[in-house]
Write a protein that binds this ligand. Structure first.
Ligand code: RIB
Ligand code: CA
Length: 315
């Protein structure tokens, strides 16, 4: 029997939207989740590692968890407590970890599971790309065993942390450049789509009404995550990181286009920008499949349905 599940490594900086992305990934049954790696980004890597372990305890995901690089390749770490709180996952109480992280950093765990897997592995990157860049730098021979990187990051028209740059790319533009120039197939969930993938308060209530321990926590994560975005005038919570997972589970809800994208690593104003070459001026073949539109209703219905698959507290 051919294993139809996609072997994946989840690498992110939980972070409310990372946590929801991981929750739907596990619920989907589409993935053989080989490892979880915590990235430094929304909070320090110590805090995102602790959060990763707590999310795994909540959803019953029992896979190796590793702590990633503590800072970007070239600069000091930027964190986002204004969005995700001091813990990085403020809001509802969460179970304590039920296991310890593995020894060593994520680069070793990623290399190990990629070597041991009988098929090329997909990396779902929902934070700064430091860990994936470190893997590509340390073990270039494994590049051919990475099937795809489905990432949340960038924006083909604008940023969010600066007018030009989205947070995940801005935290570590050098890492993003290494990944975008690696030749590994990339699915890019940028702000152009993730800010359209809005989950509205009425959808929060559909999830809350499911009445399970997981749905209660997800609804309260959304309550917290929406607080910041409501203050900016959003009608709902942008499901940035879940887009990188949903693109693999339900690609039909997105419109995608292949395009060559460069990462700006210099500049006083544009460092961290993701620049699409729609007209082929730079003469390169496309390096990403970019999500360029989304059917918001279909996206939300599928997200609610996936959360609804958690029927009880998992052992
Ligand atoms: O800009 C949005 C991204 O930054 C998301 O991945 C969110 O979790 C934060 O990391
Ligand atoms: Ca994230």
């Amino acid at each position: 029997m051919v294993n139809e599940r996609i072997p994946v490594i989840l690498d992110g900086d939980p972070g409310h939207d990372d946590a929801i992305a991981w929750t739907i990934a596990h619920a989907s049954g589409k993935f053989d989740i080989l490892a979880v790696c915590a990235a430094a980004g929304n909070q320090t890597v110590e805090k995102t590692t602790y959060n990763a372990l707590r999310v795994c305890a909540l959803i019953g995901l029992n896979v190796p968890v590793a702590s990633g690089c503590p800072k970007p390749l070239m600069t000091e770490l930027k964190i986002a407590p204004s969005v995700h709180g001091e813990s990085g996952l403020d809001g509802p109480p969460l179970p304590e970890p039920v296991f310890e992280p593995v020894e060593g950093r994520s680069v070793e765990l990623m290399a190990k599971v990629i070597r041991e897997c009988d098929r090329p592995v997909t990396i779902v990157s929902t934070g700064p790309m430091t860990n994936t860049a470190a893997l590509l730098l340390a073990y270039p021979e494994l590049k051919s065993r990475i099937a795809r990187i489905s990432m949340m990051g960038g924006g083909l028209r604008n940023g969010n942390w600066t007018p030009a740059a989205e947070f995940n790319i801005l935290v570590d533009p050098e890492a993003a450049k290494i990944v975008f120039e690696s030749g590994v197939p990339i699915t890019m969930a940028g702000l152009d789509v993730t800010e359209k993938a809005l989950i509205l308060p009425e959808d929060f209530e559909r999830i809350r009404a499911q009445g399970t321990p997981v749905s209660k926590v997800v609804a309260e994560w959304l309550d917290f995550f929406y607080t910041y975005h409501k203050s900016l005038g959003y009608d709902g919570a942008p499901m940035h990181d879940p887009c990188a997972v949903m693109a693999l589970i339900h690609p039909e809800v997105f419109t995608m286009k292949d395009v060559y994208v460069r990462i700006e690593t210099c500049g006083d104003y544009c460092r961290g920008a993701t620049i699409p070459d729609w007209n082929g001026r730079w003469g390169h073949t496309p390096n990403v499949t970019a999500l360029v539109d989304v059917d918001r209703r279909a996206f939300c219905d599928r997200l609610v349905e996936l959360i609804g698959r958690y029927r009880e507290v998992l052992a």
